[in-house]
Design a protein around this ligand. Sequence first.
Ligand code: OSB
Ligand code: MG
Length: 371
Amino acid sequence: MRIDRADIIRVQNPFLHPFETSFTKFVVRDALLVRLASEGEYGWGECKAFHGPYYNAEDNGTALHVLKNLILPRLVGRECDGPEAFLREFRYIKGNRLAKAAVENALWELRSRFAGKTLKTLIGGTSKEVIAGISIGIQKDEKTLVEKVGKALEAGYHRVKIKIRPGTDVTRIGAVRKAFGDIPLTVDANSAYTLRDIETLRAIDDFGLEYIEQPLGDEDLLDHAELQKALRTDICLDESVSSYEAAEAAIRLGSCRVINIKSSRVGGISEGIRIHDLAVKNGIRVWCGGMTELGIGRAQNIAFASLPGFAKMAHDLAGSSRFFARDIVTPEIRLTDSCMMVVPDEENGIRYEVDTRAVDDMTVAHWVVRP
Ligand code: OSB
Ligand code: MG
């Protein structure tokens, strides 16, 4: 396909409730959208970077630079064979995978339009519906957290993940266990601990969690391997699995038994599929993570989560209204009554389309790259 033009659109959409993690508090979803024009069709991608480099080393500033100055000027006005060829050609740009994924995802949408097939079909997805779990941010106190967990259980979420940070972790997990007993519960530390916190981590180990997500630093594969030996609870890596190579290293070292795959974190859907396959081959459990995305990224995550290896676990995949009053795709992304997410395919005919009015209303800046 020939890429005729590219647009980068910066949008801001306020969160219904601020979402707090151990690394920052999100108040507005500030995101770069990429729209590629090719032979009369559009392909959209959403860059999952945030306002600062706190989740990983990228942020919206670095992503804008890489997209606007490095990637898109080389892509526009030329033939591109698709997502895999794009990632191969741009390997010479190191890292910056959230930025690359925005383009890679847009190329998947173009491929889908030209082929007349859904993303699920193109990637070999098998699930008709995928299991929804919820990620609950750090709350101001224990009581509020217990209330939020209660609401999530009432809504039917199949697994509850709570964000934790040093200091309030053990008492809060204890409060949730006391209030709700043996529910499917996990925690996500977003790399807030080190091996010096081993006593706390052992205490967390005693709660019988489904897994502990990213307890240690994003580059600490060796320490995670040591920790995994010391704990009964499975470690789930998120930030540390920044690439296929990192996944291989983590598996070989025994740094985890579970991987949260976010295709954006590793450069795109085609790279995410390779990690999915590698994990399945090695008996590593996998599920699909989220980045509080808007509808474009959310819809692509839903398709990605339909891969066979994801079938048994719950994902961070909620409807749009979990975070936002208004989203940028139609129809609205919603869960079923039994808290499952239906995956668009040729049979059900569901197709999420970008709501350009909503995009316009949320736009704060716009750049165009022409040949
Ligand atoms: O670590 O999984 C994470 C949100 C922002 C950045 C990192 C993470 C998260 C979440 C929310 O946990 C997942 C979601 O989008 O529902
Ligand atoms: Mg995480």
